[in-house]
Write a protein that binds this ligand. Structure first.
Ligand SMILES: Cc1ncc(COP(=O)(O)O)c(C=O)c1O
Length: 320
C-alpha cells in the first residue's frame, strides 16, 4: 500500500490531461475520437442538463477489471430519472456497450470510464420537451486522481447543494458547479481538497468523494440525508468494514468531529481510498496514515484489481 500511496507526481501528471483513444461510443455506435462531437447549442452544455458516471478499470496481470460496472449504470439511469431525462438504453445494454468500447480500444491499462446522458440540440426551452437525448461513453487511460499520498484539506466556505435545490443524490452535470467552486478555492489556497458542509452546517462530502472519520475505533460517515452522493466506494467500504469486524455507522457528522478524529479518509471511484492528514491546517491524529485507513485501503485495492474477491466476485468484471 505504501508504494501505492507513494506513486505521486508522475502519475498525477500522467492523468491530468486526457489521452485520446481510437473510439468513443455514441448513441449506439462506435465513432472515431475526432467524430465524437456535439453541437455548440446542445442544451446540456448551456444548462447542465445531463447526468454522468465515473467508473474505473484496473489493469492487473494481462487483464482489465472493472469495478461495480452494473451498479454504476444503474445509478446513471437513476440520476437520469431524477432529472426526468429519458434514456432509451437499459443498464445491461450500456454495460455491453462499455465492454465493446474498451475492447475496440484494446485497453488493458488502468482507465477511467465516463458515461454521460445529456439533453441535445433543439432549442433553448428550459423544459426540453421532445428534445433529443444523447448517450455517450468515453474510456481513457487513468491512474491517480490525487497527486499526493496523504491529503491536506479544508472546510469550504461554500455550502453543499441540497435536495430541494438540485439533488446531490444524483450525478447531475450542473451539480458539479457547486463542487467546482469549492475545489477551485481550496486549490488556490493550497489545499488538495475541500470538505463541504450541508445546509444545516453538518459535514456532507468532499467535492468528488465521500468522507469517513475514525473516532474511538469506530468508522463514521455522513448519513444519506446529509446531502451526499450515495457513493459506490462508500458502500463498498461500509460492507468491507462490517465483514472485517470494524464498527461502522452512518449518521450526521459535526464539523468539530473532523478536528478530533483519529483518522479521516475520502472515498471515490477516481480517488480510491485517499487518507486525509490535515483539516484546516490541523493535524489529523498523529499526521500519518492510520491503521484502519491502511487496512481498508489494502483490502479495497486487492478487491478492485481482482487479486482477491473477499466473497464479492460479482463486483468485478473481467474484460478479456
Ligand atoms: C460528489 C461526489 N461524492 C462522492 C463520490 C464518490 O462516489 P463513488 O464512490 O461512487 O465514485 C463522487 C464520485 O463519483 C462524487 O462526485
Amino acid at each position: 500500500l505504501k508504494a501505492e500511496l507513494e506513486q505521486t507526481s508522475d502519475t498525477a501528471k500522467a492523468t491530468s490531461e486526457i489521452q485520446k483513444v481510437d473510439f468513443v461510443w455514441m448513441n449506439g455506435e462506435l465513432v472515431g475520437w475526432e467524430e465524437a462531437k456535439v453541437p455548440v447549442m446542445s442544451h446540456g452544455l448551456h444548462y447542465g442538463t445531463g447526468v454522468f458516471e465515473g467508473i474505473r478499470g484496473y489493469g492487473y496481470g494481462e487483464n482489465l477489471y472493472i469495478f461495480r460496472l452494473r451498479e454504476h449504470f444503474e445509478r446513471l439511469l437513476e440520476s437520469a430519472r431524477i432529472c426526468d431525462i429519458e434514456c432509451s438504453y437499459a443498464p445491461q445494454e450500456l454495460e455491453r456497450a462499455c465492454l465493446e468500447l474498451i475492447r475496440a480500444n484494446k485497453m488493458r491499462q488502468d482507465c477511467y470510464i465516463r458515461p454521460i446522458i445529456f439533453v441535445g440540440f433543439s432549442g433553448i426551452n428550459l423544459g426540453f420537451i421532445n428534445y433529443p437525448v444523447n448517450t455517450a461513453i468515453v474510456a481513457f487511460p487513468f491512474s491517480q486522481y490525487f497527486s499526493k499520498a496523504g491529503l491536506d484539506v479544508c472546510v469550504s466556505s461554500w455550502t453543499r447543494l441540497y435536495d430541494p435545490v438540485t439533488p446531490p443524490m444524483a450525478k447531475i452535470c450542473g451539480n458539479y458547479v457547486n463542487s467546482v467552486f469549492a475545489k477551485r478555492d481550496a486549490a488556490k489556497n493550497g489545499y488538495d481538497e475541500a470538505i463541504m458542509l450541508n445546509s444545516t452546517g453538518k459535514v456532507s462530502e468532499a467535492t468528488g468523494e465521500n468522507i469517513f472519520v475514525v473516532r474511538d475505533d469506530e468508522l463514521v460517515t455522513p448519513s444519506l440525508g446529509s446531502s451526499i452522493l450515495k457513493g459506490l466506494t462508500r458502500d463498498t467500504i461500509l460492507l468491507l468494514a462490517d465483514e472485517l469486524g470494524i464498527r461502522a455507522v452512518e449518521r450526521e457528522v459535526a464539523r468539530s468531529e473532523l478536528y478530533t478524529a483519529n483518522e479521516i479518509f475520502l472515498t471515490g471511484t477516481a480517488a480510491g481510498i485517499a487518507p486525509v492528514l490535515s483539516v484546516d491546517k490541523r493535524r489529523v491524529g498523529n499526521g500519518k496514515v492510520g491503521p484502519i485507513t491502511e487496512r481498508l485501503a489494502k483490502v479495497y485495492f486487492d478487491l478492485v484489481v481482482g487479486r482477491e474477491t473477499f466473497g464479492h466476485k460479482q463486483w468485478v468484471t473481467k474484460v478479456y
